[in-house]
Design a protein around this ligand. Structure first.
Ligand code: ATP
Length: 318
């Protein structure tokens, strides 16, 4: 069942730009320029794109913060801006840069206030909080005022705050930005578990592609306000011809002019003792390794899967 749908979604901003020494001109920036999107209940969707691509603006329209300039948008069967209050009960929002917690209150009290605001039945609230406390290890700082929390602790608090009313969709804008490695892993692990239940639909924007690899099967890539890819990570690799790379260390130099069907020699290093070959799609490493072993004695081998960073960088450049 479709839980989020957008058709021809647009957002224009009017900005004033310098046009000469004293003059300023009005100019229209199309931050979101005709986005079509359909997200099924329970999906985990990664929304990525270079700086200024329109990700945050899209999320703001989906959550009812910004009114679209044009186009249709429905979330949980509601029109976000017009039905913002009703929508707020059905979605959770975590914007990495902004807080929904009370700065001077301990986390525990912020959570209590949110229970009243959202009118969550006591038992449901307690059960959800128990789960978050366990999975996000909140107990050590539950009674600390929010302003004294580290970024990683605060983010764990933000996630909890966004989930206590039992939302159907969780929108996350850069949920791991600025976090250390351990906190990132904690947040990702938690979101992975949450997504695996299928009860919550996750939509997240990120510049950290490890978030995507860990959490999302489907990836939407936007650039200049338009969707330039919508599909699985595998489809992205297929479309941009990502190739696996075989790295072999040899006990004797590779004979000059070495060639093998199904692979391309990308680099020969260390006076011919190390060779990198990229494998054609569908070609197993075995035949290439056999050909190499026939040409020079093999010492060590590794096969590198295509990195999502590489394919996304190529996509942004193109
Ligand atoms: N309130 C605003 N007024 C004018 N222009 C805006 C406003 N908000 C966003 N923009 C412009 O719209 C475009 C898209 O911005 P947006 O913040 O949605 O991009 P983003 O993909 O989230 O970028 P980033 O990865 O840097 O967070 C940018 O060119 C930005 O300068």
């Amino acid at each position: 069942m479709t839980i989020i749908s957008a058709a021809g979604l647009r957002k224009d901003f009017t900005v004033r730009v310098k046009a000469g020494r004293l003059r300023r001109e009005r100019r229209t920036v199309s931050a979101v320029d005709g986005v079509d999107l359909a997200v099924e209940r329970g999906e985990m969707l990664g929304y990525i794109g270079p700086n200024g691509a329109g990700k945050s603006t899209t999320l703001k329209m989906l959550t009812g913060v910004l009114a679209p300039t044009a186009g249709e948008v429905r979330v949980c069967g509601l029109t976000p801006v017009a039905q913002r209050t009703r929508l707020a009960l059905r979605i959770g929002v975590v914007f990495g840069q902004r807080s929904q917690l009370w700065w001077d209150l301990p986390l525990r009290e912020s959570f209590g206030l949110l229970r009243h605001i959202y009118r969550v039945p006591s038992a449901d609230h307690a059960a959800r909080l128990r789960r978050c406390r366990a999975l996000l290890e909140l107990d050590a700082f539950l009674d600390t005022p929010v302003r004294q929390l580290s970024l990683g602790q605060r983010m764990r608090g933000e996630l909890t705050a966004a989930l206590l009313h039992g939302p159907e969709v969780l929108f996350l804008d850069e949920p791991t930005i600025g976090l250390d490695v351990v906190s990132k892993q904690a947040v990702r692990g938690f979101l992975a578990e949450l997504g695996a239940t299928g009860d919550v639909t996750l939509v997240l924007t990120t510049h950290d592609l490890a978030d995507i690899e860990r959490l999302c099967r489907r990836l939407v890539v936007v650039d200049h306000g338009r969707v330039v890819h919508d599909g699985t990570i595998e489809e992205l690799h297929g479309r941009y011809g990502s190739r696996r790379v075989l790295v072999a260390d040899l006990d004797a130099p590779l004979p000059a002019g070495f060639a093998v069907a199904g692979a391309t020699v990308e680099a020969v290093e260390a006076d011919g003792h190390r060779v990198q070959l990229s494998l054609d799609g569908g070609v197993g490493a075995g035949t290439v390794v056999a050909a190499l072993a026939g040409a020079a004695p093999l010492r060590d081998l590794s096969v590198r899967e295509p990195a999502i960073e590489d394919v996304v960088a190529r996509l942004y450049r193109s």
